[in-house]
Design a protein around this ligand. Structure first.
Ligand SMILES: *Cc1c(COP(=O)(O)O)cnc(C)c1O
Length: 403
């Protein structure tokens, strides 16, 4: 066997990747299911109607989690992940806007936030949609609502909110953005839709912050993406787009027949193994909502452990905001203005098998153009032992340093 294949320590490399949101751990039974279904092509619903049945179950489970009042008014589409779901959502938004503005010659625009995911930039480029980027309020990291208002015009196809930005971990206050849009759309019959990028937060907010209103309970929230391969606890790659039927463009859909019923699918439906849907189905059946809630609560306990541990190091400063809801994890920077430290800490940790991503921090840190931040994501499978080991390794680094 080639060295590249033999020497790749899959388990450790994945689990010790501190910055990734993707699932790197599944219990044994889930792994067995994942392997069992790996030779089955999920899009062949004629040959494997059971896979379609699992997919239907999963989609309805999500719609229910996101408070879709009457499921028949909503649709769901399995995707390879949130990036694909985001692409489809913008396509739907653009067509929905076009249906209301058939003669418009202005270029459609999408309003995103400074901390929105890069997937929106790629999708907007590909779909010829202009992006308007609203800045965050430096103090609170929340949306500058007056800037949002100023940016809305006749070409606006939608507004994007995030549940757990990758650079801040913060969940946007979707209700406030919804209120702004409600105050505007009183004047016309075109309703500006909100898309919620709940790639990671979609599996957290329903369990940890049940009173936080961000989903289909809000009048303008018309579509939501979520990644099963993040806090849905499935290995890459599976995501979903959940949408209100009213913004779905029927012309885009292909008709399929499944168990005698006709079913419509969006065009980007590529071959992929059934492993992911089968494993997601297994988790939903096996854990149920209460099982997910237990796991997520445990992640916040681990988060506390790591935050307490990191407080021991005066060299590090945690900048994860505590006044807003956030996904479990830590954003930190070097506290002593020696900005190279974080990068050399990261280099040191790589030698010990960890991967600590360091990124330019201007998304979090006001004004500073050259500060670096690092992200530790708390995921399922990160054990207390591993946390102790990480804290020990960071300690070794700082105590070996010669100031
Ligand atoms: C991970 C992530 C994405 C991209 O999702 P994939 O499932 O990796 O395609 C988009 N937005 C946010 C907020 C994310 O965390």
């Amino acid at each position: 066997m080639d060295d590249l294949l033999r020497d790749f320590d899959t388990k450790n490399r994945a689990i010790k990747n501190l910055g990734a949101f993707s699932s790197t751990y599944m219990p044994k039974e889930a792994e067995e299911i994942f392997i069992k279904f790996s030779s089955i092509n999920a899009v062949d619903s004629c040959a494997y109607p059971e896979v379609e049945e699992m997919s239907q179950y999963c989609g309805n489970f999500l719609l229910d989690m996101f408070h879709a009042s009457s499921p028949e008014r909503y649709q769901f589409f399995p995707t390879s992940g949130s990036s694909e779901a985001i692409f489809l959502a913008i396509l739907l938004f653009k067509n929905y806007w076009k249906a209301y503005h058939p003669d418009s010659t202005i270029k459609p625009n999408l309003i995103i936030h400074q901390t929105s995911h890069v997937a929106f930039i790629s999708a907007a480029k590909a779909l010829d949609v202009e992006l308007k980027i609203v800045e965050k309020d430096h103090e609170s990291l929340t949306w500058n609502l007056s800037q949002l208002k100023e940016n809305i015009d006749k070409g606006t196809i939608g507004v994007v909110c995030t549940l757990g930005a990758t650079t801040t971990l913060v969940m946007d206050e979707v209700e406030k953005i919804n209120a702004v849009l409600e105050s505007i759309s009183g004047h016309s019959d075109y309703l500006i839709p909100i898309h919620v990028d709940a790639a990671s937060g979609g599996f957290i907010a329903p369990f940890i912050y049940p009173d936080f209103i961000w989903d289909f309970r809000l009048s303008h929230v018309k579509s939501i993406n979520v990644s099963s391969h993040k806090y849905g606890l499935v290995y890459p790659s599976l995501g979903w787009l959940c949408v209100d039927e009213t913004i779905c463009d029927d012309k885009l859909k292909n008709e399929n027949t499944y168990l005698g019923k006709s079913m419509k699918r969006l065009p980007l439906h590529f071959s992929h193994s059934a492993s992911h849907v089968a494993t997601q189905f297994y988790h939903f059946k096996n854990l149920g909502r209460s099982g997910y809630a237990d796991i997520m609560q445990d992640l916040y306990r681990k988060n506390k452990l790591i935050v307490e541990g990191l407080k021991e190091f005066p060299e590090l400063e945690m900048i994860t905001p505590s006044h807003l809801f956030s996904i479990p994890g830590v954003i930190m920077r070097a506290s002593n203005q020696r900005q190279d430290d974080l990068r050399s800490l990261s280099q040191y940790l790589i030698k010990l098998g960890w991967h600590l991503p360091v990124f330019n921090n201007n998304a979090v840190d006001q004004g500073a153009s050259q500060t670096w931040a690092a992200r530790i994501v708390i995921r399922y499978g990160l054990s207390n032992d591993l946390i102790c080991q990480l804290l020990g390794d960071i300690k070794k680094y700082f105590s070996s340093k010669f100031y």
